[in-house]
Design a binder for this molecule. Structure first.
Ligand SMILES: Cc1cc2nc3c(=O)[nH]c(=O)nc-3n(C[C@H](O)[C@H](O)[C@H](O)COP(=O)(O)OP(=O)(O)OC[C@H]3O[C@@H](n4cnc5c(N)ncnc54)[C@H](O)[C@@H]3O)c2cc1C
Length: 425
Protein backbone atom coordinates (compact mmCIF):
# COMPACT_ATOMS: atom_id res chain seq x y z
CA UNK A 1 0.00 0.00 0.00
CA UNK A 2 1.29 3.48 -0.85
CA UNK A 3 1.91 5.84 2.07
CA UNK A 4 0.37 9.28 2.32
CA UNK A 5 1.07 12.09 4.81
CA UNK A 6 -1.66 14.56 5.70
CA UNK A 7 -0.64 17.80 7.37
CA UNK A 8 -3.28 19.16 9.76
CA UNK A 9 -6.10 17.51 11.70
CA UNK A 10 -8.75 20.18 11.14
CA UNK A 11 -11.98 19.13 9.45
CA UNK A 12 -10.20 19.13 6.05
CA UNK A 13 -7.32 16.89 7.13
CA UNK A 14 -9.59 14.53 9.08
CA UNK A 15 -12.06 14.10 6.25
CA UNK A 16 -9.21 13.70 3.72
CA UNK A 17 -7.79 10.93 5.91
CA UNK A 18 -11.16 9.14 5.88
CA UNK A 19 -11.55 9.47 2.12
CA UNK A 20 -8.08 8.00 1.53
CA UNK A 21 -7.66 5.45 4.30
CA UNK A 22 -8.88 2.44 2.34
CA UNK A 23 -6.51 3.13 -0.53
CA UNK A 24 -3.41 4.39 1.32
CA UNK A 25 -1.58 3.93 4.57
CA UNK A 26 -2.44 7.32 6.09
CA UNK A 27 -0.48 9.32 8.69
CA UNK A 28 -1.87 12.66 9.91
CA UNK A 29 0.48 15.21 11.50
CA UNK A 30 -1.09 17.84 13.78
CA UNK A 31 0.82 20.58 15.55
CA UNK A 32 -1.66 20.93 18.42
CA UNK A 33 -2.31 18.27 21.06
CA UNK A 34 -5.82 17.50 19.81
CA UNK A 35 -7.77 17.51 16.55
CA UNK A 36 -10.16 20.18 15.21
CA UNK A 37 -8.21 23.30 14.13
CA UNK A 38 -10.77 26.11 13.99
CA UNK A 39 -13.54 23.89 15.35
CA UNK A 40 -11.72 23.11 18.62
CA UNK A 41 -13.52 23.76 21.90
CA UNK A 42 -12.41 23.71 25.51
CA UNK A 43 -14.17 23.75 28.88
CA UNK A 44 -13.94 26.80 31.13
CA UNK A 45 -15.31 25.99 34.62
CA UNK A 46 -17.27 23.22 32.93
CA UNK A 47 -18.80 25.58 30.30
CA UNK A 48 -18.08 24.91 26.62
CA UNK A 49 -15.94 27.56 24.88
CA UNK A 50 -15.73 27.39 21.07
CA UNK A 51 -12.28 28.92 20.67
CA UNK A 52 -13.47 30.28 17.32
CA UNK A 53 -17.08 31.07 16.38
CA UNK A 54 -19.80 28.69 17.55
CA UNK A 55 -19.78 26.05 14.85
CA UNK A 56 -23.05 24.58 13.61
CA UNK A 57 -23.49 22.11 10.78
CA UNK A 58 -25.58 21.90 7.63
CA UNK A 59 -24.94 21.42 3.94
CA UNK A 60 -26.49 21.86 0.53
CA UNK A 61 -24.38 18.98 -0.85
CA UNK A 62 -26.12 15.62 -0.65
CA UNK A 63 -22.87 13.62 -1.01
CA UNK A 64 -21.35 15.54 1.92
CA UNK A 65 -24.44 15.01 4.07
CA UNK A 66 -24.50 11.31 3.22
CA UNK A 67 -20.85 10.87 4.17
CA UNK A 68 -21.11 13.01 7.31
CA UNK A 69 -24.15 11.17 8.66
CA UNK A 70 -22.48 7.82 7.96
CA UNK A 71 -20.01 8.82 10.70
CA UNK A 72 -22.56 9.93 13.31
CA UNK A 73 -25.88 8.77 14.72
CA UNK A 74 -27.85 11.79 13.62
CA UNK A 75 -30.67 12.05 16.14
CA UNK A 76 -28.80 10.51 19.05
CA UNK A 77 -25.67 12.66 18.83
CA UNK A 78 -27.06 15.87 17.32
CA UNK A 79 -30.12 18.13 17.73
CA UNK A 80 -31.79 19.97 14.90
CA UNK A 81 -32.34 23.59 15.80
CA UNK A 82 -34.24 26.44 14.17
CA UNK A 83 -32.11 29.44 13.52
CA UNK A 84 -33.48 32.49 15.32
CA UNK A 85 -31.28 35.51 14.79
CA UNK A 86 -31.73 39.20 15.27
CA UNK A 87 -30.04 42.53 14.69
CA UNK A 88 -29.47 44.75 17.73
CA UNK A 89 -29.92 48.27 16.42
CA UNK A 90 -28.77 51.40 18.28
CA UNK A 91 -30.83 51.88 21.40
CA UNK A 92 -32.71 55.14 21.42
CA UNK A 93 -32.78 55.48 17.63
CA UNK A 94 -36.26 56.86 17.20
CA UNK A 95 -36.59 55.51 13.68
CA UNK A 96 -37.26 52.10 15.21
CA UNK A 97 -40.31 50.48 16.61
CA UNK A 98 -38.11 47.79 18.21
CA UNK A 99 -34.42 47.72 19.15
CA UNK A 100 -34.13 44.07 18.14
CA UNK A 101 -34.99 43.45 14.52
CA UNK A 102 -35.40 39.81 13.49
CA UNK A 103 -33.02 38.50 10.85
CA UNK A 104 -32.87 38.88 7.90
CA UNK A 105 -33.42 42.58 8.36
CA UNK A 106 -34.62 43.16 4.76
CA UNK A 107 -37.78 41.15 5.53
CA UNK A 108 -38.59 43.13 8.66
CA UNK A 109 -38.61 46.68 7.39
CA UNK A 110 -42.24 46.91 8.51
CA UNK A 111 -40.88 47.25 12.05
CA UNK A 112 -39.33 50.62 11.23
CA UNK A 113 -41.20 53.92 11.29
CA UNK A 114 -43.06 55.27 8.24
CA UNK A 115 -40.22 57.50 7.12
CA UNK A 116 -37.68 54.63 6.97
CA UNK A 117 -40.17 52.34 5.29
CA UNK A 118 -40.95 54.97 2.64
CA UNK A 119 -37.23 55.35 1.87
CA UNK A 120 -36.78 51.57 1.70
CA UNK A 121 -39.61 51.11 -0.82
CA UNK A 122 -38.30 54.05 -2.87
CA UNK A 123 -34.90 52.28 -2.86
CA UNK A 124 -36.49 49.10 -4.22
CA UNK A 125 -38.07 51.09 -7.07
CA UNK A 126 -34.69 52.69 -7.78
CA UNK A 127 -33.01 49.25 -7.85
CA UNK A 128 -35.57 48.00 -10.38
CA UNK A 129 -34.84 51.00 -12.60
CA UNK A 130 -31.05 50.86 -12.37
CA UNK A 131 -30.35 47.11 -12.15
CA UNK A 132 -33.53 45.70 -13.71
CA UNK A 133 -35.83 43.13 -12.13
CA UNK A 134 -33.54 40.12 -12.44
CA UNK A 135 -30.02 41.30 -11.70
CA UNK A 136 -27.57 38.40 -11.57
CA UNK A 137 -24.58 37.78 -9.34
CA UNK A 138 -22.24 38.90 -12.11
CA UNK A 139 -24.01 42.27 -12.45
CA UNK A 140 -22.23 43.66 -9.37
CA UNK A 141 -18.71 45.06 -9.36
CA UNK A 142 -17.85 44.40 -5.72
CA UNK A 143 -19.32 43.22 -2.42
CA UNK A 144 -20.04 46.89 -1.54
CA UNK A 145 -21.77 47.44 -4.89
CA UNK A 146 -23.83 44.27 -4.31
CA UNK A 147 -25.02 45.32 -0.85
CA UNK A 148 -25.83 48.86 -2.01
CA UNK A 149 -27.69 47.77 -5.16
CA UNK A 150 -29.35 44.60 -3.88
CA UNK A 151 -30.84 46.03 -0.67
CA UNK A 152 -30.88 49.80 -1.32
CA UNK A 153 -29.13 52.79 0.19
CA UNK A 154 -31.22 53.04 3.35
CA UNK A 155 -30.48 49.49 4.49
CA UNK A 156 -26.88 49.78 3.27
CA UNK A 157 -26.29 52.87 5.44
CA UNK A 158 -28.04 51.64 8.56
CA UNK A 159 -26.99 47.97 8.58
CA UNK A 160 -24.98 46.40 5.78
CA UNK A 161 -22.15 48.90 5.59
CA UNK A 162 -21.49 49.42 9.33
CA UNK A 163 -21.82 45.69 10.09
CA UNK A 164 -19.66 44.46 7.23
CA UNK A 165 -17.05 47.17 7.76
CA UNK A 166 -16.57 45.90 11.29
CA UNK A 167 -16.14 42.35 10.01
CA UNK A 168 -14.00 43.10 6.95
CA UNK A 169 -12.12 46.19 8.20
CA UNK A 170 -11.83 47.55 4.67
CA UNK A 171 -13.63 49.49 1.97
CA UNK A 172 -16.30 47.02 0.82
CA UNK A 173 -15.90 48.12 -2.80
CA UNK A 174 -12.43 46.52 -2.73
CA UNK A 175 -13.88 43.09 -1.87
CA UNK A 176 -14.40 41.23 -5.17
CA UNK A 177 -17.60 39.33 -5.94
CA UNK A 178 -15.87 36.48 -7.76
CA UNK A 179 -15.43 34.27 -4.69
CA UNK A 180 -18.75 35.00 -2.96
CA UNK A 181 -20.87 33.01 -5.33
CA UNK A 182 -23.36 30.82 -3.46
CA UNK A 183 -22.52 32.53 -0.16
CA UNK A 184 -24.75 35.59 -0.42
CA UNK A 185 -28.53 35.85 -0.08
CA UNK A 186 -30.02 37.08 -3.36
CA UNK A 187 -33.59 38.22 -2.61
CA UNK A 188 -35.29 40.06 -5.48
CA UNK A 189 -36.96 43.40 -4.86
CA UNK A 190 -40.33 41.69 -5.32
CA UNK A 191 -39.47 39.05 -2.71
CA UNK A 192 -38.48 41.78 -0.25
CA UNK A 193 -41.77 43.61 -0.90
CA UNK A 194 -43.76 40.38 -0.50
CA UNK A 195 -41.87 39.18 2.57
CA UNK A 196 -42.51 42.50 4.31
CA UNK A 197 -46.15 42.59 3.26
CA UNK A 198 -46.71 39.01 4.45
CA UNK A 199 -44.43 39.28 7.50
CA UNK A 200 -42.55 36.10 6.51
CA UNK A 201 -40.43 34.67 9.32
CA UNK A 202 -36.88 33.34 9.07
CA UNK A 203 -38.08 29.75 9.45
CA UNK A 204 -39.35 29.82 5.86
CA UNK A 205 -35.81 30.20 4.42
CA UNK A 206 -33.11 27.76 3.33
CA UNK A 207 -30.44 27.25 6.02
CA UNK A 208 -32.96 28.23 8.64
CA UNK A 209 -32.17 25.06 10.55
CA UNK A 210 -28.86 23.56 11.60
CA UNK A 211 -27.47 20.56 13.43
CA UNK A 212 -25.56 20.85 16.68
CA UNK A 213 -23.86 18.23 18.85
CA UNK A 214 -25.65 17.29 22.06
CA UNK A 215 -22.28 17.13 23.88
CA UNK A 216 -18.98 18.97 23.49
CA UNK A 217 -19.91 21.16 20.50
CA UNK A 218 -17.83 20.90 17.36
CA UNK A 219 -14.97 19.29 19.32
CA UNK A 220 -17.21 16.22 19.32
CA UNK A 221 -17.05 16.07 15.51
CA UNK A 222 -13.26 16.36 15.50
CA UNK A 223 -12.73 13.79 18.26
CA UNK A 224 -15.04 11.25 16.65
CA UNK A 225 -13.55 11.69 13.17
CA UNK A 226 -10.05 11.29 14.61
CA UNK A 227 -10.97 7.94 16.20
CA UNK A 228 -9.30 5.06 14.37
CA UNK A 229 -6.99 7.35 12.34
CA UNK A 230 -3.24 7.42 12.89
CA UNK A 231 -2.74 11.02 14.04
CA UNK A 232 0.59 12.19 15.43
CA UNK A 233 -0.13 15.18 17.68
CA UNK A 234 2.27 17.90 18.84
CA UNK A 235 4.12 17.63 15.52
CA UNK A 236 4.54 21.03 13.95
CA UNK A 237 5.73 20.19 10.45
CA UNK A 238 8.40 22.67 9.37
CA UNK A 239 10.03 20.61 6.65
CA UNK A 240 8.53 18.49 3.87
CA UNK A 241 11.38 17.41 1.68
CA UNK A 242 11.48 15.70 -1.69
CA UNK A 243 13.90 12.78 -1.86
CA UNK A 244 13.83 11.20 -5.32
CA UNK A 245 10.27 9.94 -5.85
CA UNK A 246 9.45 10.09 -2.13
CA UNK A 247 8.51 12.82 0.32
CA UNK A 248 10.15 12.95 3.75
CA UNK A 249 8.09 14.26 6.68
CA UNK A 250 9.40 13.97 10.25
CA UNK A 251 12.06 11.49 9.11
CA UNK A 252 9.47 9.16 7.50
CA UNK A 253 9.06 8.47 3.80
CA UNK A 254 5.76 8.93 1.96
CA UNK A 255 4.61 8.52 -1.65
CA UNK A 256 2.22 11.46 -1.48
CA UNK A 257 1.41 14.45 0.71
CA UNK A 258 -1.86 16.33 1.26
CA UNK A 259 -1.26 19.65 2.98
CA UNK A 260 -4.24 21.07 4.96
CA UNK A 261 -2.51 23.89 6.86
CA UNK A 262 -1.84 27.45 5.71
CA UNK A 263 -0.54 28.07 2.18
CA UNK A 264 1.73 30.87 3.45
CA UNK A 265 3.60 28.30 5.57
CA UNK A 266 3.39 25.65 2.87
CA UNK A 267 5.56 27.49 0.38
CA UNK A 268 8.21 27.94 3.09
CA UNK A 269 8.32 24.38 4.46
CA UNK A 270 8.16 22.40 1.24
CA UNK A 271 11.59 21.72 -0.25
CA UNK A 272 11.85 20.25 -3.73
CA UNK A 273 9.17 22.27 -5.53
CA UNK A 274 9.96 25.60 -7.12
CA UNK A 275 7.43 28.10 -5.79
CA UNK A 276 9.23 31.22 -7.05
CA UNK A 277 6.50 31.97 -9.61
CA UNK A 278 3.91 32.15 -6.82
CA UNK A 279 5.88 33.39 -3.84
CA UNK A 280 5.07 37.09 -4.01
CA UNK A 281 1.37 36.54 -4.56
CA UNK A 282 1.07 34.00 -1.75
CA UNK A 283 2.97 36.24 0.64
CA UNK A 284 0.65 39.13 -0.27
CA UNK A 285 -2.57 37.17 0.41
CA UNK A 286 -4.70 39.10 2.85
CA UNK A 287 -6.61 37.74 5.82
CA UNK A 288 -7.85 38.78 9.16
CA UNK A 289 -8.23 37.25 12.59
CA UNK A 290 -10.94 37.13 15.23
CA UNK A 291 -10.95 37.43 19.00
CA UNK A 292 -13.56 35.10 20.46
CA UNK A 293 -14.64 36.31 23.89
CA UNK A 294 -16.34 33.68 26.01
CA UNK A 295 -19.02 35.10 28.31
CA UNK A 296 -22.08 34.28 30.29
CA UNK A 297 -25.08 36.43 29.31
CA UNK A 298 -28.77 36.77 30.11
CA UNK A 299 -31.01 33.99 28.81
CA UNK A 300 -32.56 34.97 25.47
CA UNK A 301 -34.21 33.21 22.53
CA UNK A 302 -31.51 33.92 19.90
CA UNK A 303 -28.93 31.86 18.03
CA UNK A 304 -26.92 34.76 16.61
CA UNK A 305 -27.18 38.49 17.41
CA UNK A 306 -25.72 40.93 14.88
CA UNK A 307 -24.37 44.27 16.07
CA UNK A 308 -24.05 46.93 13.36
CA UNK A 309 -23.90 49.77 15.91
CA UNK A 310 -20.72 51.86 15.97
CA UNK A 311 -21.08 51.95 19.77
CA UNK A 312 -19.68 48.43 19.86
CA UNK A 313 -16.41 47.17 18.44
CA UNK A 314 -17.73 43.61 18.45
CA UNK A 315 -19.94 42.56 15.56
CA UNK A 316 -21.69 39.36 16.58
CA UNK A 317 -22.82 37.46 19.65
CA UNK A 318 -23.22 33.70 19.23
CA UNK A 319 -25.53 32.35 21.90
CA UNK A 320 -23.89 28.93 22.13
CA UNK A 321 -25.68 28.27 25.42
CA UNK A 322 -28.89 27.99 23.40
CA UNK A 323 -27.45 25.33 21.08
CA UNK A 324 -27.09 22.60 23.74
CA UNK A 325 -27.98 22.56 27.42
CA UNK A 326 -24.69 20.72 28.11
CA UNK A 327 -22.76 23.83 26.99
CA UNK A 328 -23.84 25.58 30.21
CA UNK A 329 -22.51 24.31 33.51
CA UNK A 330 -22.98 25.77 36.91
CA UNK A 331 -24.15 29.19 35.72
CA UNK A 332 -26.46 31.38 37.80
CA UNK A 333 -30.19 30.96 37.11
CA UNK A 334 -31.26 32.82 33.95
CA UNK A 335 -27.76 32.87 32.39
CA UNK A 336 -26.28 31.04 29.37
CA UNK A 337 -22.91 30.92 27.60
CA UNK A 338 -22.10 32.98 24.49
CA UNK A 339 -19.20 34.07 22.31
CA UNK A 340 -18.78 37.76 21.52
CA UNK A 341 -16.71 38.26 18.37
CA UNK A 342 -14.26 41.06 17.60
CA UNK A 343 -12.35 41.29 14.35
CA UNK A 344 -8.56 41.06 14.90
CA UNK A 345 -6.73 41.27 18.21
CA UNK A 346 -8.09 43.27 21.13
CA UNK A 347 -6.65 43.63 24.63
CA UNK A 348 -8.41 42.21 27.68
CA UNK A 349 -8.84 45.77 29.02
CA UNK A 350 -10.63 46.85 25.83
CA UNK A 351 -12.73 43.69 25.86
CA UNK A 352 -13.94 44.47 29.38
CA UNK A 353 -14.74 48.09 28.41
CA UNK A 354 -16.70 46.91 25.36
CA UNK A 355 -18.63 44.27 27.29
CA UNK A 356 -20.00 46.95 29.62
CA UNK A 357 -21.87 48.54 26.68
CA UNK A 358 -23.38 45.34 25.28
CA UNK A 359 -26.96 44.41 26.21
CA UNK A 360 -27.68 41.11 28.02
CA UNK A 361 -25.08 41.86 30.75
CA UNK A 362 -22.14 39.81 29.40
CA UNK A 363 -19.65 38.64 32.03
CA UNK A 364 -16.15 37.79 30.81
CA UNK A 365 -15.01 34.17 31.24
CA UNK A 366 -12.11 33.75 28.80
CA UNK A 367 -10.89 34.80 25.36
CA UNK A 368 -8.80 33.53 22.45
CA UNK A 369 -7.33 35.42 19.52
CA UNK A 370 -7.16 33.37 16.31
CA UNK A 371 -4.78 35.00 13.86
CA UNK A 372 -6.16 33.36 10.70
CA UNK A 373 -9.96 33.19 10.51
CA UNK A 374 -11.06 34.91 7.29
CA UNK A 375 -9.09 34.54 4.04
CA UNK A 376 -9.53 37.53 1.76
CA UNK A 377 -9.22 37.03 -1.96
CA UNK A 378 -8.53 39.52 -4.68
CA UNK A 379 -9.68 39.13 -8.26
CA UNK A 380 -6.68 36.91 -9.13
CA UNK A 381 -6.40 34.68 -6.06
CA UNK A 382 -8.56 31.83 -7.29
CA UNK A 383 -6.73 31.48 -10.59
CA UNK A 384 -3.36 31.64 -8.93
CA UNK A 385 -4.30 28.87 -6.45
CA UNK A 386 -5.70 26.75 -9.28
CA UNK A 387 -2.45 27.03 -11.24
CA UNK A 388 -0.38 26.27 -8.15
CA UNK A 389 -2.49 23.17 -7.43
CA UNK A 390 -1.94 21.94 -10.96
CA UNK A 391 1.82 22.53 -10.75
CA UNK A 392 2.40 20.80 -7.41
CA UNK A 393 0.19 17.81 -8.16
CA UNK A 394 2.76 16.70 -10.76
CA UNK A 395 5.01 16.02 -7.75
CA UNK A 396 2.40 13.95 -5.89
CA UNK A 397 1.83 16.90 -3.61
CA UNK A 398 -1.72 18.16 -3.00
CA UNK A 399 -3.42 20.70 -0.80
CA UNK A 400 -6.93 21.49 0.43
CA UNK A 401 -8.57 23.44 3.30
CA UNK A 402 -9.75 26.90 4.24
CA UNK A 403 -6.28 28.46 4.44
CA UNK A 404 -4.60 26.14 1.95
CA UNK A 405 -7.13 26.96 -0.78
CA UNK A 406 -7.62 30.47 0.67
CA UNK A 407 -11.37 30.02 0.42
CA UNK A 408 -14.24 31.07 2.63
CA UNK A 409 -15.16 27.42 3.37
CA UNK A 410 -17.67 26.30 5.95
CA UNK A 411 -17.08 22.87 7.46
CA UNK A 412 -19.29 21.17 4.91
CA UNK A 413 -17.66 22.97 1.98
CA UNK A 414 -14.23 22.02 3.35
CA UNK A 415 -15.39 18.38 3.49
CA UNK A 416 -16.74 18.70 -0.07
CA UNK A 417 -13.44 20.14 -1.33
CA UNK A 418 -11.53 17.29 0.34
CA UNK A 419 -13.93 14.78 -1.20
CA UNK A 420 -13.43 16.25 -4.69
CA UNK A 421 -9.65 16.25 -4.33
CA UNK A 422 -9.47 12.70 -2.97
CA UNK A 423 -11.53 11.32 -5.85
CA UNK A 424 -8.58 12.32 -8.06
CA UNK A 425 -5.69 11.06 -5.90
C1 LIG B 1 -15.59 32.77 13.19
C2 LIG B 1 -15.88 31.55 12.38
C3 LIG B 1 -17.11 30.92 12.50
C4 LIG B 1 -17.39 29.79 11.71
N1 LIG B 1 -18.60 29.17 11.85
C5 LIG B 1 -18.88 28.08 11.12
C6 LIG B 1 -20.11 27.37 11.32
O1 LIG B 1 -20.94 27.72 12.15
N2 LIG B 1 -20.34 26.27 10.52
C7 LIG B 1 -19.43 25.82 9.60
O2 LIG B 1 -19.71 24.83 8.92
N3 LIG B 1 -18.24 26.47 9.43
C8 LIG B 1 -17.95 27.57 10.15
N4 LIG B 1 -16.73 28.20 10.00
C9 LIG B 1 -15.77 27.66 9.02
C10 LIG B 1 -14.94 26.48 9.58
O3 LIG B 1 -14.31 26.85 10.76
C11 LIG B 1 -13.87 26.06 8.57
O4 LIG B 1 -14.40 25.83 7.31
C12 LIG B 1 -13.13 24.77 8.96
O5 LIG B 1 -12.93 24.65 10.32
C13 LIG B 1 -11.82 24.74 8.20
O6 LIG B 1 -11.12 23.55 8.50
P1 LIG B 1 -9.68 23.27 7.88
O7 LIG B 1 -9.32 21.92 8.30
O8 LIG B 1 -9.69 23.61 6.46
O9 LIG B 1 -8.71 24.34 8.57
P2 LIG B 1 -8.26 24.49 10.08
O10 LIG B 1 -9.40 24.25 10.98
O11 LIG B 1 -7.54 25.78 10.17
O12 LIG B 1 -7.26 23.27 10.30
C14 LIG B 1 -5.91 23.30 9.96
C15 LIG B 1 -5.18 22.34 10.90
O13 LIG B 1 -3.84 22.19 10.46
C16 LIG B 1 -2.98 22.26 11.58
N5 LIG B 1 -1.68 22.70 11.06
C17 LIG B 1 -1.41 23.85 10.39
N6 LIG B 1 -0.13 23.91 10.06
C18 LIG B 1 0.45 22.79 10.53
C19 LIG B 1 1.77 22.29 10.50
N7 LIG B 1 2.79 22.96 9.93
N8 LIG B 1 2.04 21.11 11.10
C20 LIG B 1 1.02 20.39 11.68
N9 LIG B 1 -0.24 20.83 11.74
C21 LIG B 1 -0.54 22.01 11.15
C22 LIG B 1 -3.67 23.25 12.49
O14 LIG B 1 -3.22 23.16 13.83
C23 LIG B 1 -5.12 22.85 12.32
O15 LIG B 1 -5.50 21.84 13.21
C24 LIG B 1 -16.44 29.31 10.78
C25 LIG B 1 -15.20 29.95 10.67
C26 LIG B 1 -14.93 31.05 11.45
C27 LIG B 1 -13.58 31.71 11.32
Amino acid sequence: MEKIAIIGAGISGLSTAHFLKDKYEVTVFEKENRPGGLIRCRRVNGNLFHICGGHVFNSKRQDVLKWFWSKFIQNEEFSKTDRNSCVFMDKGDNSLVHDNIPYPIENHMYLFNDEVQKKFYADLDEIDKVKGLNAKFTDYESFGDFLRWRFGKTLYDMYFEPYNKKVWRRDLTTVPMSWMEGKLPMPTTQEMRDNNANKVEEKAFVHSTFWYEKNNGSQYIADKLAEGLYVIYNSNINSIEKNGEKWVVCGKEFDKVVYCGNIKDMIKVVKGIDFSKYELEVEALKYHGTTAVFCEIDKNPYSWIYQPSKQHESHRIICTGNFAESNNSDLPEGRITATVEFTDAISKEDILENLKKIPLHPKYLDHKYNKYTYPIQDANTRNMIKELKKDVSKNNFFFTGRFADWEYYNMDVAIGAAMDLCSKI
